[in-house]
Design a protein around this ligand. Structure first.
Ligand code: G6P
Ligand code: MN
Length: 450
């Protein structure tokens, strides 16, 4: 098997490599290629991977390249986690809406729309390279905003593009722990779009366990989503939302909290990551240690602005950031394993709806449980959901589709329409102002939206 990682100089690549070291045999891995447009980043991450292989006691050979055709040629799986415009772009995505009192976040709200506008053309380009050089390959897409990006590349790759996110599986694992159950024994009724989903049932042999969890404030206080939303609001909803729904349900609170914080998430990461990548040239053991320390700090501070808005002290209760098989790489490996070994495992992934959510059309990419085997993900029927969740999913799907079309056509009118119709943007004037400032500050948008 040949596996190619596009965005191979990215900070989370060692997570994937660590998982590959453990899975090398069961996957029959023969070749791992890391592609990036930045040779220095590849070199820095390569040092970390060498450190991991040394520590692990055996090697999984990999090579690095800046030639995309060479990287993709004949691959069986292509992982993609790229950040078009890098963290400087994320800073712009987040700060422009914030200065107008609107949420500034990586994937939710205007920030996610802007991120998608510059990312989608590149991702469709990657899909075209795959179609030409590796027509049998599967795209395992981490590139955010993962839902929109996956829907856009499905225009080229169809079901061979699968979108991945660690948030839903993390929620399910945390809920199982709060219930004192083994997640493998439970069925999780989760539905929605990427970063816009809800858990509305947790089935064990003894029926739906969610109502008893919602009634138990002590159990809710043991995990991230329980503390973030609070028992009262969770009981009102009768479901547990994905943590990203915090930005909708507590929009004004988060804007206030982000404006009070010393730096946006993007600005914090820009500085933190620059420090890490500047260590190029260190030996592999030091590179690995520096990567671990940086990662630890990143996980501890994840979603800090939402926690501060909710008045919660302390770090993200998402589990142990040092643990193996964490959400991110765990999800990716599970999908690869399920396809390569035809395991027919149930995984929550981003895939074409078919008829899982009856209120969306068949091509809409949704985030739902799917049975994954050799022929890819087969989404499971979800059935009726709460009206307010259905309405929000439909609104955001419409915004996503306008964004995809805007990105592919370079139409300012469509981009402004997407922004203005987003429920977190309060006015058409604000949408126009946000777009025009985005375009003024981002070269990728100037090029496309002239
Ligand atoms: C989670 C989400 C990802 C997102 C990341 C941001 O893992 O599922 O989609 O990119 O958080 O984390 P960061 O440390 O970059 O703020
Ligand atoms: Mn995600």
């Amino acid at each position: 098997m040949k596996l190619c990682i596009v965005g191979g100089g990215g900070f989370r690549v060692p997570l994937v490599y660590g998982a590959l070291l453990r899975k090398q045999e069961s996957l029959g891995l023969e070749e791992v290629v890391l592609h990036d447009i930045d040779d220095e980043r590849l070199h820095r991450i390569g040092g970390v991977l060498d450190g991991q292989a040394l520590e692990h006691g055996h090697e999984l050979p990999f090579r690095t390249t800046t030639d995309l055709d060479d990287a993709v040629e004949g691959a069986d799986f292509v992982f993609s986690a790229i950040r078009v415009g890098e963290l400087q772009g994320r800073v712009v995505d987040e700060t422009v809406p914030l200065s107008r009192g609107v949420l500034g976040q990586e994937t939710t709200g205007p920030g996610g729309i802007c991120f998608a506008l510059r990312t989608i053309p590149h991702m469709v380009g990657l899909a075209e390279v795959m179609a030409a050089r590796a027509p049998g390959a599967w795209l395992i897409n981490f590139t955010n905003p993962a839902g929109m990006v996956t829907e856009a590349v499905q225009q080229v790759l169809g079901d061979r593009a699968v979108g991945i996110c660690d948030s839903p599986s993390g929620l399910c694992r945390r809920v199982a722990a709060a219930l004192g159950r083994d997640p493998a024994e439970l069925w999780f009724d989760y539905f929605g779009l990427n970063h816009l989903g809800w858990l509305h049932g947790v089935r064990g042999t003894d029926g739906d366990l969610l109502p008893q969890l919602l009634d138990d404030d002590d159990a809710l206080a043991t995990f991230e989503e329980g503390t973030l939303f609070g028992g009262e609001w969770l009981r009102t909803l009768g479901m547990i939302p994905n943590e990203y729904l915090y930005y909708f349900y507590y929009a004004a609170d988060t804007v206030d909290a982000i404006r009070e914080s010393p730096a946006s998430r993007g600005a914090y990461l820009l500085e933190q990551q620059a420090r890490f990548y500047a260590g190029n040239g260190q030996g592999s053991a030091e590179a690995l240690a520096a990567w671990r320390a940086t990662r630890h700090e990143r996980e501890r501070t994840y979603m800090a602005e939402a926690r501060s808005a909710a008045g919660i002290d302390g770090v993200h209760q998402g589990g142990d950031p040092e643990a193996d098989n964490g959400g991110y790489e765990g999800e990716a490996m599970a999908v690869v394993d399920a396809i390569a070994n035809n395991t027919r495992t149930t995984l929550i992934c981003n895939t074409a709806n078919r008829s899982a959510l009856p209120f969306l059309d068949a091509q809409a990419v949704v985030e739902v449980p799917a049975i994954v085997g050799r022929s890819g993900p087969q989404p499971v029927a979800v059935g009726p959901v709460a009206d307010h969740a259905q309405a929000l999913v439909q609104s955001i799907k419409a915004v996503e589709r306008l964004t995809i079309e805007a990105a592919l056509t370079g139409s300012r009118a469509l981009a402004v329409k997407a922004l203005a119709l987003h429920p977190l943007v309060p006015s058409v004037t604000t949408a126009r102002d946000i777009f025009d400032e985005y375009r003024a500050r981002l070269p990728q948008l100037q090029e496309r939206f002239g």
